[in-house]
Every structure is written in structure tokens, then in C-alpha cells.
Design a protein around this ligand. Structure first.
Ligand code: ATP
Ligand code: MG
Length: 582
């Protein structure tokens, strides 16, 4: 059952490359035929002319044989060049298409998938695993037919030339198989272990570079350096057996090869089993027994590679085949002229089964209204914004935009109309311009206007290259406030109908706060706006405050109403006020 599935998966990757695989196999087979014919030509020259001492008579034939031999060497090398180039192209094709398929999946998979799948795992899939599979094409599939044919051809010719000597020479084959299988298996086991140590070493390295500030804050450089030494030592140790086996294997094979040749020579010299052969035939035997080693070793090695690739194929397809994580971005109603009315009707939501995060939440936001979501940490504020743009599907109830259930709306169209500023704005390591445009076709003027509206202009102009300045990774060289201003610029540039601000708890200096407040006022003046505010002073003027406690709405109303009613909000506000005056 499982094998069947894996075979199907393999076929899916192999099928588009079938043509190249067949052509490469045919060309490789031609090379093998040439390799088999070459010793025969020499045998003819030796037995029919040289050993008879009649080379003066046969000078023309010998020249022709020599000419053909050289021609075969040249043709063989040309075909070999073509095969090598085509094989590596084939491997690259597979990497290219699998990598793009995986990236596409990652882009289109929903947030639940990303919650469950660690980024590190995805990186390994899209880099190492994809490359492991390409070796299946580069090394295995393209040599398989050729090697099997080569072995059959060599064995048959040897049998035809002399059955007895052939059978005696074949004694060496089980030895090749036993040693090669054992050592290859051992090598793979050691390599597998070394790979796992390397993955852990890489994770350690990435994490300590990521967390360098924390390491410095707690003065842990020395300890981290020691930890690193331990990991690199472990990796070093894991590489030793591999090196030994890799050095050992060719030696063993060389000994076996010489053993094979000795058996042939002994048998012929002593005329054991009545073997009495011409010199040229003995030469052929010796050459063929040597040629037998490569394909046998390769087949055994390839069998191991195949098993490894199968593991990678399964890992990758386990991701690609999970279609239920994919978002449908094509079907559904396309919205135009969104007014911005949002309704939650008895919404129940859980990230994980039955662990209700939102319980029977109902509220309405009229077009153009500004609303604030208030509540303690973990009360479900960010969750509500995640639901409005369908990052997650709700279990019960419905969410409506302009009276239409958002499940019926095309996701692209829905998200185009909702601009969210995340709690921690993300900045790509691209230019400021790219960060504002986000792959949409906007002119420089549009970008500059957006930056001006968001009051990010001054800070951008102070950068050496203006809007062409390239940000550091995750915008590390900008302050929290500056990143937020850039996030506002994105909203102005893309002009959604609904605006959501998930405010960061981080403190922002008064000047930047003023700039941000100016942006908020500008945006919310003509849009439906939802604010998640930790600093309650910023929301006293909104039309409506929705107060959440442990996933339930406990109160709704404007600031004064809620304050006068003396409920949960008034206590929250009192606590906030006290913290300010303290
Ligand atoms: P804060 O003020 O700290 O931002 P919040 O009100 O925005 O808090 P949410 O982020 O909505 O809180 O989280 C509400 C609850 O949902 C929390 O208990 C949290 O542990 C849980 N939660 C949030 N995101 C996920 C997730 N992706 N998977 C599972 N549980 C989650
Ligand atoms: Mg939050």
C-alpha cells in the first residue's frame, strides 16, 4: 500500500522527464557498446596479426583497426560529454520544478499549515530534500538501463568466448557484491548520522546568530563558544568513519580486480580445466572483468541512493498532497465598491478542537465607523482580526462584509479590501520602494505620496539613497516606530476599504507617536477602522469600544458610556490611568 503510494509519487516526478531519461539511457548504452567493442578490436589485432608475426602483411587492416579504435574513442567521448551535460541538466530541471512547486504550496497554504509546520523544516525540504531527489535522476535513473545492459553484455560475451574461463572468473562477482553492499550500507548509515548532526549544528548556528543580542545581554559568549566547539567536534567525529570507508572501498575493489585478473592469468598459464586460449582472448577477459566492476558497484550504490531519495520524495509529497491546507484564491464573489460594514454573528472559534478562543461573539461595525477592541493579553483581539480576512475558518456563526458572508467572497478580493497593520510589522530586506509597493505596479510618485501621507517622508529622506535604500534583514536598522510608519505607507499605497491596526505594546517616542496618530486620523477619517489598543488614551475618541474578556464580549459602547456604566472597561481604564500617573 505504502510502496504503491511512493511509486505513484515517484512516477509523478519522473513522467515529465521521461523523454530525457530515455534519450540519455540510449546514448549511455551506445557508450557501453563502444566500451565492449574496443577490447574486441585489439583482440583481433593481437590474435590475427601481431601474435602470428604477420603484421607487415596486415599493415592495412591493422591501420584500419587502429583508425576505427581512435574513431570510437572520439565518438565515445563526444557522446559521454553529451550524456554528462544532459544528466546534470536533468537533475537541475527536477530541482527547479520541485522547488517552485514547494514554494508555490508554501505561498498558497493557509496560516494553520504555517502554525503547524516549523520554518526550519520547510527550509530543509526546499533545499536538501529537493537536492537529494535530483541525485536520483542524475545518478540512478540515467545509468540504470546502461549498467544492467552492460553487465548482461559482458557476462554473455565472456560465456561465448570461453564458458569454463567465464565461470571461473565469475567466482569474483559474489565477492564484489558482498563487499560493495556491506561497505555502501555502512557508508550510508554513517553519512545519515553525519547529516543529522549537521542539521543540528546548523540550527544551533542560525539560532545563536539570530539571538546574538540576548547572548551579549546575558554575557554568554564563552558558553556559546564552548557549545559550538562541542557541536563541531561531534560533526568532525561523525565524518571520520565516512572518510575511512570512502578511502577503503576503492582499495578493496582494486584488490578484488587484481584477484580476478590473477585467476584468469593463472588458469590460462596453467591450462587448468583445459583452458587454452589465444593471447587476444585473454586480453579481452582481463579487460572485461575490469569493466564489470563499475556497473556492479554503481548498481549497489544506486540502490542505496534510491532508498534515500524515496524518503525525501515521501517527505516532500506529504506536504504537496495535503490539499486541504490550500486556500482557494480563484472562486468566490469579487467585491467592488466595498462600503465597509462588518458583522460578527454568534461567532465561535477555536485554533485547536474545542478549545474555544472566541465564544458567541456578535457585533456590528457600520461603514466608516471606527471601533476599538480592548481586553487583556490573550483575550482574543488579534484572533478577531485573523478571522476578518479569513486567515482561519470559524466553526460556528457567520462573519459578513457588506452583508455578504465572507466565506462566499473571493479571498483575494476580500484581503485586497482589508489593510491590516500587524502587531510586529515585517520589513523585507529590499528597498523602501519595494517594501511599500509589495510587487504591485506603482509609480515612484505613488510611493512618495504614500510615504508623505504616512509621515514617513522625513525619515526616508534622511536615508542616503531615499526610497531606493535597502533595508537590513527584517528592517533591523529601523526603529519600531519607523517600521510602523512604513507599514502605514503600505496601507496608503494600496488603499483598502477597511483598516485594521494591531498596535504594538512597545513604547514609541512622543514625536513618532504624534506622527502615527496623524496617520491613523487620516486613514480612519474615510474608512471603516478597527484598532487594537493597549494605550487606552489613544481610543477615547472612537465611535465604539468592544471589550473582550477570555474570548467573550463583555461590553460595547463609546468611552463615556462605558466609563459611566462602571463595568469591566471602567476598571481597565482606571488601572491604565493609575499606571500612567504612578
Ligand atoms: P495580546 O494583547 O497579547 O496581543 P490578544 O488579545 O491579541 O493578546 P490573541 O492573539 O487573539 O490575543 O490570542 C487569544 C488566545 O488564542 C490566546 O490564548 C493564545 O494562546 C491563543 N492563540 C493565538 N494564536 C494561536 C494559534 N496560532 N494557535 C493556537 N492558539 C493561538
Ligand atoms: Mg494580539
Amino acid at each position: 500500500m505504502k510502496e504503491n503510494k511512493t511509486l505513484k509519487r515517484m512516477w509523478k516526478i519522473i513522467k515529465p522527464e521521461m523523454k530525457s531519461i530515455i534519450i540519455i539511457s540510449i546514448l549511455a548504452t551506445i557508450i557501453s557498446i563502444i566500451e565492449i567493442v574496443k577490447p574486441y578490436l585489439i583482440k583481433v589485432a593481437i590474435d590475427d596479426y601481431l601474435s602470428l608475426g604477420i603484421y607487415q602483411k596486415g599493415i592495412i587492416t591493422i591501420s584500419i583497426i587502429g583508425g576505427v579504435y581512435i574513431a570510437l574513442v572520439i565518438i565515445g567521448n563526444i557522446i559521454d560529454f553529451i550524456v554528462k551535460t544532459a544528466t546534470s541538466m536533468l537533475g537541475e530541471n527536477v530541482i527547479y520544478s520541485l522547488r517552485n512547486r514547494l514554494y508555490k504550496y508554501i505561498q498558497y497554504a493557509n496560516i494553520t499549515f504555517h502554525d503547524k509546520t516549523p520554518a526550519g523544516k520547510l527550509f530543509v525540504r526546499i533545499t536538501n530534500d529537493v537536492e537529494d531527489i535530483s541525485t536520483l535522476f542524475k545518478d540512478v535513473l540515467t545509468t540504470l538501463v546502461k549498467d544492467i545492459l552492460m553487465i548482461i553484455a559482458i557476462l554473455s560475451i565472456m560465456l561465448i568466448l570461453n564458458v569454463k574461463l567465464a565461470l571461473i572468473s565469475f567466482l569474483i562477482i559474489p565477492l564484489i557484491i558482498i563487499f560493495s553492499t556491506y561497505l555502501t550500507k555502512l557508508l550510508n548509515k554513517k553519512q545519515e548520522y553525519s547529516k543529522s548532526v549537521k542539521t543540528r549544528l546548523n540550527t544551533f548556528l542560525a539560532e545563536s546568530i539570530y539571538g546574538i543580542k540576548l547572548i551579549k545581554i546575558f554575557n554568554r559568549q564563552y558558553e556559546k563558544q564552548k557549545e559550538c566547539e562541542q557541536w563541531t567536534k561531534k560533526f568532525w567525529e561523525s565524518r571520520i568513519p565516512t572518510g575511512i570507508i570512502e578511502g577503503f572501498l576503492p582499495g578493496i575493489m582494486l584488490i578484488l580486480e587484481k584477484l580476478g585478473i590473477s585467476i584468469i592469468v593463472w588458469t590460462c598459464v596453467n591450462q587448468w580445466f583445459n583452458v587454452n586460449l589465444q593471447v587476444g582472448v585473454i586480453y579481452m577477459f582481463i579487460t572485461y572483468i575490469q569493466r564489470l566492476f563499475d556497473p556492479i558497484n554503481r548498481l549497489i550504490d544506486n540502490f542505496e541512493t534510491l532508498q534515500e531519495s524515496v524518503v525525501s520524495i515521501d517527505k516532500i509529497f506529504e506536504i504537496l498532497e495535503k490539499k486541504d491546507y490550500l486556500e482557494d484564491l480563484e472562486t468566490g464573489k469579487i467585491l467592488d465598491n466595498v462600503k465597509g460594514k462588518i458583522e460578527f454573528k454568534n461567532v465561535w472559534f477555536a485554533y485547536e478542537k474545542d478549545n474555544w478562543i472566541l465564544k458567541n461573539v456578535s457585533f456590528t461595525i457600520e461603514p466608516g465607523q471606527s471601533v476599538a477592541l480592548v481586553g487583556k493579553t490573550g483575550s482574543g483581539k488579534t484572533t478577531i482580526t485573523n478571522l476578518i480576512n479569513r486567515f482561519y475558518e470559524i466553526q460556528k456563526g457567520e462573519i459578513l462584509l457588506d452583508g455578504v458572508n465572507i466565506k462566499e467572497i473571493n479571498i483575494r478580493s476580500l484581503r485586497k479590501n482589508i489593510g491590516i497593520i500587524l502587531q510586529d510589522p515585517f520589513i523585507f530586506a529590499r528597498s523602501i520602494k519595494d517594501n511599500v509597493m509589495l510587487n504591485e505596479n506603482l509609480s515612484d510618485e505613488d510611493v512618495e505620496e504614500a510615504l508623505q501621507l504616512s509621515s514617513a517622508e522625513d525619515f526616508i529622506n534622511s536615508l542616503p539613497a531615499g526610497i531606493e535604500s535597502v533595508a537590513d534583514e527584517r528592517g533591523n536598522s529601523y526603529s519600531a516606530g519607523q517600521k510602523q510608519l512604513l507599514a502605514f505607507a503600505r496601507i496608503f499605497a494600496h488603499n483598502p476599504s477597511i483598516f485594521v491596526l494591531d498596535e504594538a505594546t512597545a513604547n514609541i517616542d512622543t514625536h513618532t507617536e504624534e506622527l502615527i496618530q496623524k496617520s491613523i486620523d487620516k486613514i480612519s477619517s474615510n474608512k471603516t477602522s478597527i484598532f487594537i489598543a493597549h494605550r487606552l488614551s489613544t481610543i477615547v475618541n472612537v465611535d465604539k469600544i468592544i471589550v473582550l474578556n477570555q474570548g467573550e464580549i463583555v461590553e460595547q459602547g463609546n468611552h463615556n458610556e462605558l466609563l459611566n456604566s462602571g463595568g469591566y472597561y471602567s476598571k481597565l481604564y482606571q488601572a491604565y490611568y493609575n499606571s500612567l500617573t504612578a
